[in-house]
Ligand binder design. Structure first.
Ligand code: SAM
Length: 351
């Protein structure tokens, strides 16, 4: 045995465990508003952070120490002050933007809370159903994706499909499958006021949130949200654009569901697909983003598909398997879109 490799790996072990705790501490920073409280304020004493946040002093003190230890906050031992650097605030205290990472931290406790149930499923099969995740899972999914949808979906993403933009500009119809809490339809409704939108999702609590958001955002007359599968829509309903954002890999019956999506497209209509950005080959997925996605897969996407009797395709479907799946569902055109993203792959699918 190579002792130096043991030492090297021991370092990795502690780095990874510390990373998990850092994610937990950062979750608290997002959830309690501590990052936002400190953003743009420069150096702050403990008392100043406590006063500005209205939180319990001893918790704040220990949290500040942990975040200094993890390198998230700067610390001045002479002045006993803590600073959230502007560059860190850009990612941690920027809710509503397309560069906010708070949703990823938010997802960690929700996903890891089902770890014992997932471990049981390794032996017994099945999995953890979407309904069995804590409520915060929905908040996390919304926080992870909302900024990108609100700031990038219409421009520049959809511009890659000019025929869809033309149809929606002329009062067309779009369907969002696996719509979750509805931000795709709501964003599109604001951009295309003469078009109409339907969102469908099997998760009733997500649909309830989507309906509330549509009301709050003033687009309820343009957007309807339906709890159930595609079969819950009127038989003849057809759409110029169907979006399937971050959900194909979750389906319990992927091929059949994609076949039903195809049946719902108008002639010449397009299915816009967003899937996580991973390589087809495992050897090319040795990087932090892919590791994160394999975790999302085991603790969320794969397990909830298996819980519903599905194949558990998992988060890391990759482009080749995505294309094969769509072609086996009957689509004849599969076009990877040249949209830049660290975390997503984009496809326009037709035929
Ligand atoms: C990871 S979430 C993505 C939600 C949303 N599209 C987004 O990008 O934020 C996947 C969603 O797919 C939904 N889903 C899974 N299977 C479905 C099916 N067969 N029909 C409709 N929705 C489904 C889940 O309930 C969940 O809300």
């Amino acid at each position: 045995m190579d002792k130096s490799k043991v030492s090297q790996f021991a370092e990795q072990v502690f780095k990874d465990l510390a990373g998990t705790m850092t994610a937990g501490l950062a979750y608290l920073g997002v959830k309690t508003g501590l990052f936002s409280t400190m953003a743009g304020k420069g150096a702050m004493t403990l008392d100043q952070v406590v006063e500005a946040s209205g939180l319990q002093p001893r918790y704040v003190e220990e949290w500040l120490a942990g975040m200094v230890s993890a390198g998230y906050l700067d610390y001045d031992p002479d002045g006993l002050t803590y600073t959230l650097p502007e560059e860190h605030a850009y990612l941690l205290a920027s809710e509503g933007t397309d560069h906010f990472v708070g949703g990823l931290y938010y997802a960690m406790p929700a996903m890891l809370s089902v770890a014992p149930k997932v471990a049981r499923s390794f032996r017994e099969g099945g999995g953890v159903r979407f309904d069995d995740f804590p409520e915060e899972n929905l908040v996390a999914l919304d926080l992870i994706n909302r900024g990108a949808y609100e700031h990038r979906l219409v421009h520049p993403w959809l511009e890659e499909i000019p025929e869809a933009v033309a149809a929606l500009s002329n009062g067309g119809r779009a369907l969002d499958v696996g719509c979750g809490v509805g931000k795709v339809s709501i964003t599109l409704a604001k951009a295309f006021p003469s078009a109409s939108f339907v969102g469908v999702d099997t998760h009733a609590a997500s649909i309830a949130r989507a309906q509330e958001s549509a009301q709050a955002e003033g687009v309820a007359s343009q957007v309807s949200f339906v709890a159930g599968t595609l079969d819950a829509l009127p038989a003849g309903d057809r759409f110029d654009l169907i979006t399937a954002c971050d959900c194909i890999h979750d389906f319990a019956e992927p091929e059949a569901t994609l076949g039903r999506i195809r049946d719902r497209l108008q002639p010449g209509g397009t299915l816009f697909v967003i899937e996580p950005k991973v390589a087809d080959e495992l050897e090319n997925n040795r990087n932090p983003i892919a590791t994160l996605f394999y975790g999302f897969s085991v603790f969320h996407c794969m397990t909830q598909s298996l819980a519903n009797g599905g194949p558990g395709l998992g988060t890391c479907l990759g482009p080749a398997r995505t294309e094969a799946l769509l072609r086996s569902a009957g689509f004849s055109e599969f076009r990877p879109l040249p949209i830049k993203s660290h975390v997503n792959l984009f496809y326009a699918v037709k035929g």
